[in-house]
Design a protein around this ligand. Structure first.
Ligand SMILES: [Fe+2]
Length: 286
């Protein structure tokens, strides 16, 4: 019987790559990287056998989609930020059986979801690749990866709640011990183009920072039902990345408003290119 062994909302800012390189920004994202390392440590300590990632950089325009390829191999350059992420090689096993089980369950519940297991050119996006770089990069011990699209063009939160619950049920019926990640931002108003080069370490709107920190407070206090009540307005007025469907999928998997776990902030809120970021672990029953 499978289970979710750790659940987290995680950042994937490309400046984590800049942080690795020599130069004026070396070390600028040490805290974010350390947070990823800590989540990975906990995942392995809890016996994780696979990562499942809700990826806010995988845009889909019809239905929900799961990358259930048996292998993920390629070389990735971000078409959004080619100056930040370029020529990144990756090589992970996939989790085909779980991908199909998720798609079948979600579809049976009324949300059409497709799992793709024979499309080698369906690559991973950087909402998956960045966390995997810091959590799962040792080729000798890398865990299999299942990536689920988290950027639906016009889906409802109710649909993402449903798919999230299907993810949890499919995991429970499998033999996988899953580290479940919602890979996305808090507020997500990137600076206007003529300011973005100078705004790497600042929030674009003070309003967004205040709301982000209020949300983190709700999460820390386990007031998830209250957070979910404001999620539509939060996503709308704070420019939620992918309308925060990664977060809706995550809480759908955790039980939605029946979930009252107190989030643990492993990387404090930080601004990046105008957006608000964090790493937060949500406790799961064991
Ligand atoms: Fe992003």
């Amino acid at each position: 019987m499978g289970e979710i062994v750790i659940a987290a909302k995680v950042t994937h800012v490309p400046s984590m790559f800049i942080s690795e390189q020599a130069g004026p920004h070396h070390g600028c994202r040490d805290a974010a990287i350390a947070g990823h390392h800590e989540i990975a440590r906990r995942a392995r300590s809890a016996g994780a056998t696979a990562f499942v990632v809700f990826d806010t950089h995988w845009l889909v325009n019809s239905g929900y989609h799961v990358n259930a390829n048996p292998h993920h191999r390629g070389t990735y350059t971000s078409n959004e930020f080619p100056h930040f992420i370029q020529e990144l090689p990756y090589d992970y096993e996939g989790v085909t059986d779980l991908g199909h089980a998720i798609a079948d369950l979600a579809t049976a519940r009324g949300v059409r979801t497709r799992a793709h297991d024979a499309v080698p050119s369906l690559g991973l996006e950087y909402g998956t690749l960045v966390p995997m770089r810091y959590m799962n990069s040792d080729p000798h011990s890398a865990l299999p990866v299942l990536s689920i699209a988290g950027w639906m063009q016009d889906s409802s939160f109710e649909e993402s709640r449903c798919v999230g619950s299907a993810v949890a049920e499919a995991i429970a019926e499998s033999d996988h011990r899953v580290a479940l990640l919602a890979s996305g931002s808090l507020s997500h108003r990137i600076w206007p183009n003529d300011e973005v080069e100078h705004g790497m370490f600042n929030i674009s709107r003070p309003f967004n920072e205040h709301v982000d920190k209020m949300v983190l407070g709700l999460w820390k206090e386990g007031r998830i039902d209250e957070f979910l009540a404001i999620l539509p307005d939060y996503a709308e007025h704070c420019s939620g990345e992918a309308h925060m469907h990664d977060t809706a999928l995550l809480f759908g998997a955790l039980g939605w408003d029946d979930y009252h776990g107190a989030g643990e902030i492993v990387t404090d809120w930080f601004p990046s290119s105008g957006t608000g970021q964090c790493n937060v672990v949500f406790p799961v029953a064991s």
